[in-house]
Design a protein around this ligand. Structure first.
Ligand code: ZN
Length: 123
């Protein structure tokens, strides 16, 4: 079938489309419930170890990360979205290392290869 628009196929693939992820998660991340939950979690981490990143324990936390990635299926499930068990306070560096979270990581793996004559090969 040739008629499916890209938004449709994104919905089928669900997890992989960043734009769709952003769209469905946006209202959640703007919700009072999340803001309260996030602040409470950071407060808890501050009491535990001063708010250090839970991954590297070197830098100060920056982002409250969902260990189980939010999807259109679980976005309304507070056991996933708002449960401490699913949260992790991490620094920006560690967060960007999680799969699919590397916002701003472009340029890490240059795709340029060089031929035997020293000239860059077309991608
Ligand atoms: Zn870290």
């Amino acid at each position: 079938m040739l008629s499916s628009r890209s938004a449709e196929s994104c919905r089928e693939r669900r997890l992989s489309c960043f734009m769709c992820m952003k769209d469905f998660a946006e209202s959640f991340y703007n919700s009072n419930a999340w803001h309260r939950c996030r602040a409470a979690y950071i407060g808890k981490r501050l009491l535990i170890d001063g708010g250090l990143c839970e991954e590297c324990h070197e830098r100060v936390g920056y982002i409250v990360h969902h260990k189980k990635q939010l999807t259109p299926e679980n976005i309304n499930d507070p056991e996933i979205t708002l449960a401490d068990d699913n949260l992790e306070y991490v620094c920006k560096d560690c967060h960007d290392r999680f799969p699919g979270h590397g916002v701003g990581s472009e340029g890490l793996t240059p795709r340029i290869r060089f031929g035997p004559d020293g000239q860059p090969l077309p991608p």
